[in-house]
Design a protein around this ligand. Structure first.
Ligand code: PLP
Length: 439
């Protein structure tokens, strides 16, 4: 009997024993094409020689040195490389161990920034409904997914939630995409005014929404308006790129592709690419200076921040992406994957939408295409589809609807950037067979 406490206590999962390029291999020798990297993690596949070597070398050289006592070369080098690619104005990197920690750090930094500059009344955070920003209590409070929050609600800090920008499900027929984007972005202004502008510290959103909606970019103009509102009221814009960042959308930072400039940006998943657990919170020079010239101490930290082995892995991952010039390849493979998915699925009676950016793709499943009515959550479609895809030798990431009766089940695809052109057909074939077998 196993003594591991698994997330799904009654599920019997195969044991993964090896990784080989885009494939994972289980103890029975079955090969699975990893078309979601778990949840958008394994951007370089599972056996990248450079990253493996960098991890081994760093363990031999220096495994750990606490950042209360030392800085280290791999952390310094990775920070420099990230900042050279970062959105305009972003100047400092705070390394953590994953996405939730990155979001926690961002929330706390926003609060401390306003304390440092003498605006202690700024304590309110605004986020969006049906969003996910992590599972630790602060990050969970930021998230607006009612089902994930439900049982922990009494423990969560108060955060306001406005509408997400989800054109497929929410735009009214009488609206143009631009009018829709303006309407939902203006909810931010209304909420700031309701709370009192002098009390609001930050707004957090994913530039391209991952897990909760399924690779959903905002309509054009939405983020320009969000930026304008944040600037008007002195509200910090935190962009959560834990899932959509690190090249997933075909831009190293997704916000650069979406044309929006953050004050704080969070990354994780693809940064360690699965070779090491690492995340980061990046902030503007202005925010950093406020702390450096104020108390001089960011009152937040974890034992493993700036871990030498994790940052060495991140440095190798990012160097690999840059030196192999993988961003154009992500765009090209993304277009091929989109075409293959449309070819196999766009006529399917239960496929309502196919969307995304780069190698970040979503397929929306609906009971009825015309009314966009989702399936009954009681059917447990996402779980069934995950099992059916694994039976086909495909790892994808089906997610249940938000259980508010408005947003249905979807499948998220986030394959390795190093996939071949023919893999686009393989993914679409296996996914379509899996869908056929459950609905
Ligand atoms: N933010 C976003 C947008 C995510 O998708 C996730 C994880 O899926 C997180 C934060 C939390 O990251 P982690 O699971 O590494 O804590």
């Amino acid at each position: 009997m196993s003594h591991v406490f698994p997330r799904h206590c009654r599920a019997e999962l195969p044991s993964a024993v090896a990784g080989d390029g885009c494939y994972l291999i289980d103890a029975q020798g079955k090969r699975y094409f990893d078309a979601s990297g778990g949840a958008a993690v394994s951007c370089l596949g599972h056996s990248n020689a450079r990253v493996r070597q960098a991890v081994k070398d760093q363990v031999d050289q220096l495994a750990f040195a606490h950042t209360g006592f030392f800085t280290s070369e791999p952390a310094e080098q990775l920070a420099d490389l990230l900042i050279a690619q970062a959105p305009e104005g972003i100047d400092r990197v705070y390394f953590v161990s994953g996405g939730s920690e990155a979001v926690e750090s961002a929330i706390k930094l926003a609060r401390q920034y306003y304390l440092e500059i003498g605006q202690p009344e700024r304590r309110n955070l605004i986020a969006r409904r049906q969003s996910y920003h992590g599972n630790t209590l602060g990050a969970l409070a930021a998230g607006g997914n009612a089902w994930r929050r439900k049982q922990f609600d009494p423990l969560l800090i108060g955060v306001s939630h406005i509408a997400p920008c989800f054109e497929y499900a929410e735009r009214q027929e009488t609206e143009t995409p631009a009018e829709y984007g303006r309407r939902v972005a203006d909810e931010l202004e209304a909420e700031i005014l309701r709370l009192g502008p002098e009390t609001v510290m930050a707004f957090i959103a994913e530039p391209v929404v991952g897990a909760t909606l399924g690779a959903v970019p905002a309509v054009e103009g939405y983020f320009a308006r969000i930026r304008e509102i944040c600037d008007t009221y002195g509200v910090l814009l935190i962009l959560d790129e834990v899932m959509c960042g690190m090249g997933r959308t075909g831009h190293l930072f997704a916000c650069n592709g979406e044309g929006v400039r953050p004050d704080i940006v969070t990354i994780a998943k693809g940064l360690g690419a699965g070779y090491q657990p690492i995340g980061a919170m990046l902030c503007s020079a202005q925010i950093y200076q406020a702390i450096a010239e104020g108390t001089g101490f960011f009152q937040h930290g974890h034992t493993y921040i700036g871990h030498p082995v994790a940052t060495a892995a991140g440095h190798a991952v990012l160097s690999e992406m840059l030196e192999r010039d993988l961003m154009p390849q992500v765009q090209e493979r993304g277009t091929q994957l989109d075409a293959a998915l449309r070819d196999r699925l766009s006529q399917h009676a239960h496929v309502g939408d196919i969307r995304g950016r780069g190698l970040f793709r979503g397929v929306e499943l609906v009971q009825d295409r015309d009314s966009k009515m989702p399936f009954d959550p009681a059917l447990g479609l996402a779980g069934k589809l995950k099992a059916a895809a694994m039976a086909q030798g495909l790892i994808c990431y089906p997610m249940p609807g938000t259980r508010d009766g408005r947003h249905g089940d979807h499948v998220l695809l986030a394959p390795p950037f190093v996939m071949e052109e023919s893999d686009a057909d393989l993914i679409a074939d296996r996914l379509s067979a899996a869908i056929e077998s459950v609905i």
